[in-house]
Design a protein around this ligand. Structure first.
Ligand SMILES: Cc1cc2nc3c(=O)[nH]c(=O)nc-3n(C[C@H](O)[C@H](O)[C@H](O)COP(=O)(O)OP(=O)(O)OC[C@H]3O[C@@H](n4cnc5c(N)ncnc54)[C@H](O)[C@@H]3O)c2cc1C
Length: 483
């Protein structure tokens, strides 16, 4: 049965007869941040989410990755704070702690521990569930924004000539289908977005896509406390080190002083999800610290595996024809290998990009706004370029990675970045710039600034450190002192 939600919904916060309505498909991080921006431009914003949101900040089925560790990069927090002033403090009140990504971060790079010092590169350490729930609560205070939970979008509505999207087809928990009309529809439904199929059914091409897969897997378990606490860090990360050490692991402290422990394997060396296998894998890492911390600790969760981690870019920006009034954001456009922690920050960057775009088009008539979708997808593709290069460039260092071959230029870049990483464990100055790039605060070109280049070249020249796959002792080095 089809009927119009707009015509029947009595809970609407605004009379829609003459108003502009925007719909967001998906109420996860990208959808929420997008909705926040839309609320400044539209009379009503509706977020359609297939899940029912849990009352407490806990994982939910529509976001299967929500059991896993989620790092919020510094740039991500900055943007979220800009969109929701005071949210950083609110998260702190709820138990998130501020993390300085050099002082509070114990990182084993490929050839040594990274220097520790106050860097002012900060974000907050909490579960993605707390972050999502807090953003959602903030949005609840917007009178022109509504959530429709347990509403699954099954297709797009279009005008008679199929040139523009006019709304969505949605199915509620009782299987009742309805049409919901809107002046703008934004797909934020994640990696498994149906937009390519919807395009096809409207007579458009599917976007081409690039997928680069290093076959990385996570296994994560939550602990109330770890052996050996208190630690002098909030995060410990043993990175997998290409090409010989595909295994890594993370200890990550979140609200409630819980720890999420994530084991990582690249090239299908997936960490097991059974008790003994999990511990064995932890014991095989380059440093014993994770194993020592968990071997006698009491877990409070099962072990959650996750292996759908390929970088996937859908090239909407390259399509010659796009339906009007329809945009795609977040993982639905560009999903990254999660090990670089970029997805939520890329979603935040996307929200700012949308804001700029809407600003440009807001005073135009409907006809003048033709082409906004194309413009937006092009701008978004530009914004996604750096995180994409960082993630795929690093993934290509593994011989097992599939999805194309890096060209000569990329290989040269990889070689240089590798030298930067090697130097970073010796030089606080280089490490700080590297952190800024990895936290998307600066473009990767920052790694080529003369001050960094000079230290990296010096490090190469003195032929520092013969490769060892074991963690070296934490000795201070002559390069390390210059911050
Ligand atoms: C294992 C793993 C670890 C990660 N770690 C990090 C990290 O450390 N840092 C980081 O920044 N990012 C990380 N990410 C990425 C991060 O989860 C996403 O980038 C982020 O959630 C933004 O995604 P999104 O909102 O676009 O999509 P998603 O989070 O996937 O959400 C999509 C939403 O749309 C809803 N939906 C889907 N289809 C429909 C439909 N038809 N109708 C209605 N609703 C629908 C879903 O229920 C869901 O709520 C990780 C990802 C994975 C897989």
């Amino acid at each position: 049965m089809l009927h119009s939600i707009i015509a029947t919904n009595t809970n609407q916060k605004k009379n829609l007869s003459s108003s502009r309505h925007a719909i967001v498909i998906g109420g996860s991080i990208a959808g929420l941040l997008t909705a926040r921006v839309l609320a400044d431009y539209f009379d009503l914003v509706t977020i359609l989410e297939r899940d029912r949101f849990p009352e407490k900040p806990i994982p939910r089925p529509g976001v299967p990755q929500s059991h896993q560790l989620h790092v919020l990069l510094s740039q991500g927090l900055r943007i979220i704070e800009q969109l929701f002033p005071g949210i950083k403090d609110e998260l702190a009140v709820k138990g998130a702690s501020t993390i300085d990504w050099a002082a509070d971060y114990r990182l084993l790079l490929s050839r040594g521990w990274a220097p520790r010092f106050p860097s002012k590169i900060t974000s907050c350490s909490c579960t993605r569930n707390l972050l999502e729930a807090t953003i959602r609560q903030r949005l609840n205070s917007y009178s022109n924004l509504e959530f429709k939970e347990a509403n699954f979008v099954t297709g797009l509505l279009s005008d008679t000539s199929n040139t523009g999207v006019t709304g969505v087809l949605v199915k509620d928990a009782n299987g009742i289908e309805a049409e919901l009309s809107a002046q703008l529809v934004i797909d934020a439904s994640g990696r498994n977005s149906n937009a390519p199929n919807w395009f096809q059914s409207l007579g458009y091409d599917r976007p081409t896509q690039t997928a680069i897969n290093s076959f990385l897997g996570y296994s994560s378990r939550w602990y109330q406390s770890l052996s050996g606490e208190p630690f002098d860090y909030k995060v410990l990360y043993i990175i997998p080190s290409a090409p010989d050490c595909p295994r890594g692991g993370v200890l990550y402290q979140v609200e409630g002083n819980y720890w999420i422990v994530t084991l990582i394997g690249v090239g299908k060396d997936y960490p097991p999800t059974d008790e003994a296998g999990f511990l064995d894998f932890a014991q095989s890492l380059r440093s014993p610290e994770i194993y020592e911390a968990i071997k006698d600790a009491q877990p409070i969760s099962p072990i959650y595996g996750y292996q759908r981690t390929e970088n996937r870019l859908r090239h909407y920006e390259q399509m010659s024809r796009l339906p009007e009034n329809f945009l795609v954001v977040g993982d639905a456009v560009c999903a990254f290998n999660p090990v670089y922690g970029q997805g939520m920050t890329a979603a935040a960057n996307g929200a700012l990009t949308l804001d700029k775009c809407l600003k440009q088009y807001q005073h135009r008539s409907n006809e003048d706004a033709i082409g906004m979708g194309k413009h937006f997808q092009k701008q978004l593709a530009k914004v996604n370029t750096d995180p994409w290069l960082i993630a795929t460039g690093d993934d290509f260092r593994w011989p097992t990675t599939q999805g194309g071959q890096p060209n000569l230029m990329t290989r040269l870049m990889q070689w240089y970045v590798e030298q930067v990483m090697l130097t970073a464990s010796q030089s606080a100055k280089v490490y700080k710039v590297l952190l800024k790039v990895l936290h998307l605060l600066e473009a990767p070109t920052a790694l080529f600034q003369p001050a960094v280049l000079a230290i990296v070249l010096l490090n190469i020249a003195i032929g520092r450190s013969k490769f060892t796959s074991k963690a070296p002792d934490e000795t201070s080095t002559n390069l390390r002192s210059e911050q």
